[in-house]
Design a protein around this ligand. Sequence first.
Ligand code: C5P
Length: 237
Amino acid sequence: MVTRDSIIFALDVGDLGSAVRWLDIIKGRVGYCKVGAELFVSIGPRIVQEVKGRGLKCFLDLKFHDIPNTVSGAVRSATRLGVDMMTVHVLGGLNMLSAAVESSREEARTLGVDPPLVVGVTVLTSLAGPELMQVGLTRSLEEHVGIMAGLAAKAGLDGIVCSPKDIRHVRSVLPSSCIVVTPGIRPAWSARGDQARVATPRGAIDAGADLLVIGRPIRDAPDPVKAIEAIVSEIEA
Ligand code: C5P
């Protein structure tokens, strides 16, 4: 069922003070908070405690992409931090993905906790047209995203991250147990910014998204609480 818990707030800020101010605004109103590279590199693991301490789930979006042994170690450390979900790049390959899944489950077993969700980034939404060619991706974007989703499922990942425009296609490739996490969400009343392939919250849910990553439509709103509540009404309708 889609509720306010299906919203992931993208905490794209660079310092502890701003992060904490936002956490106090969103707590109790959304399910997850997404911590990306900027904030994590700036203030470190403490941010995970700040998020969890407010009853929010923590989505650590560091998009691990390295040799299997290194990713395995990173995933293990993130599991020890107590994050609820994290990202890896599907382009890291089957061995890397399987190592990520295995180490998260193994570490969680050792700790006696539920394993965090490990989800795969298919293709960065910033990559398109000539840039795809430059990195050797000569297939159509849709075909490539489909192949990445299939690989994620084969490795046993819990789900994938993809643009709202790709959801219908990846749903045809993924087992129903896999979750689809979608950035590029733009309510009709918000600015598109640099996101090219966007959908409204309702549009993404109707296409089959489970979790919606939303940043600027909330962060840049004149009244962020009102913005969250408008999105909640839209998805729960
Ligand atoms: O502000 P906005 O709603 O566009 O934020 C979307 C968030 O999702 C950002 O943190 C961005 O880095 C992230 N993201 C994305 N596209 C991806 C993966 C993550 O926009 N493919």
